[in-house]
Design a protein. Structure first.
Length: 200
């Protein structure tokens, strides 16, 4: 699948929140300043459609996807039983690249995606190179032994991160205990607004 390769800080500035770890300090220091040389400090009043669009764009950019792939996840959520918004976030959270990031193997979702696509991970003992691979409860995710010598991996593993309750990790091996609940997914995303956007 294709991915966005442009400047990422511009995306964080556009949404007014730090979508990526490195942008947190900048957004906190500068505030929500729109992209562009002069930036607009006073936020424009958004219509109902605009609010829904911004929420969809924020979630899409946070998980590192383009529109076509993100819309497919919404269609999958629509076909399943239960709340569409909760199911959508559940599908996004159980992507392999996101699980690798959540386990603390990588410092960002982009780095986690690269680890997966370069074949540095095993899922249930088999090499998987598809970042969008859906991880199921009970699955184990492990780094190849050679990756333990990687300085970025060592740095990530040394950082004491608080894991979500649906995951557990011992050294370089993680396990998916169950599917994430609605309150355990990425904070700051209103899935109902995304559902309303696509339901127009």
């Amino acid at each position: 699948m294709a991915r966005y390769t442009g400047p990422k800080r511009r995306l964080s500035r556009r949404e007014g929140v730090a979508l990526f770890t490195k942008d947190a300090a900048y957004i906190e220091r500068k505030g929500a300043v729109s992209p562009g040389q002069r930036g607009i400090r006073r936020p424009r009043k958004l219509s109902e459609y605009g609010i829904q669009l911004r929420e969809k764009q924020k979630a899409k950019r946070m998980y590192g996807m383009l529109e076509k792939q993100f819309h497919k996840y919404y269609e999958m959520a629509s076909k399943s039983k239960g709340n569409r918004g909760d199911t959508l976030l559940e599908l996004l959270e159980t992507r392999l690249d996101n699980v690798v990031y959540r386990l603390g193997f990588a410092g960002s979702r982009a780095a986690a995606r690269q680890f997966v696509s370069h074949g540095h991970l095993l899922v249930d003992g088999k090499k998987v190179t598809i970042p969008s691979f859906q991880v199921k409860p009970g699955s184990t995710i492990a780094l190849f032994d050679k990756m333990l010598d990687n300085s970025q991996v060592r740095k990530s593993l040394e950082v004491q991160t608080t894991l979500p309750e649906w995951l557990e990790r011992q050294a370089a091996v993680g396990k998916v205990l169950r599917l994430p609940g609605a309150e355990e997914v990425e904070q700051g995303i209103n899935a109902n607004l995304i559902v309303e956007y696509y339901s127009r």
